[in-house]
Write a protein that binds this ligand. Sequence first.
Ligand code: GSH
Length: 234
Amino acid sequence: MSSPIIKVHWLDQSRAFRLLWLLDHLKLEYEIVPYKRDANFRAPPELKKIHPLGRSPLLEVQDRETGKKKILAESGFIFQYVLQHFDHSHVLMSEDADIADQVNYYLFYAEGSLQPPLMIEFILSKAKNSGMPFPISYLVGKVADKISQAYSSGEMKNQFAFVEGEISKNNGYLVDGKLSGADILMSFPLQMAFERKFAAPEDYPAISKWLKTITSEESYVTSKEKAHALGSKF
Ligand SMILES: N[C@@H](CCC(=O)N[C@@H](CS)C(=O)NCC(=O)O)C(=O)O
């Protein structure tokens, strides 16, 4: 059976980068269909023609013989699908069922538990820097800080402490002391949190070291080059 045609509907400067990295690490052939963010940092309407939610990444898989196409959404689900269907040599998904369960856990955890407090922090930081005149800016800042203190900053610390502990326990990776699909999927929220200064790398030495290790993979560099060639700033 021939391998399918794979296309990634990729939005610049987004979590869709991880899918390029996953496919490059597995040495799969694929095409990137690029989309540019608008002036408000939102996806362009064309993405909605591919999937009604208009979010990226989207994975298009087409059977070469029948021409039948599938559009897959949700990063964790896309990762699970790719690992299940295309990682035949078990490069990023273990053959061992218990270890595979641990990898699968992170495919849900990244978007389901880790991303929400980070998203709230991101929206609050946008509100604080929205360029309102004084005294509105002062009041918005106070309200944003209150929401952050009451929920998102504490919750984020809780999540980071958990991930720091897991990496320390597992010899520098999330699962089984080696690179897996979990590390690639989890890279984005943790990298962004440091870049946006929601957390300080020095407070999380295991996460910081892990990020340095995984981003020195050749496949990461290859995917970054592709993203930069398409105009992505990160
Ligand atoms: N939970 C979804 C989130 C997808 C998502 O929100 N993607 C962002 C890119 S970082 C997006 O498409 N944003 C466009 C917009 O908000 O208009 C996933 O994991 O794939």
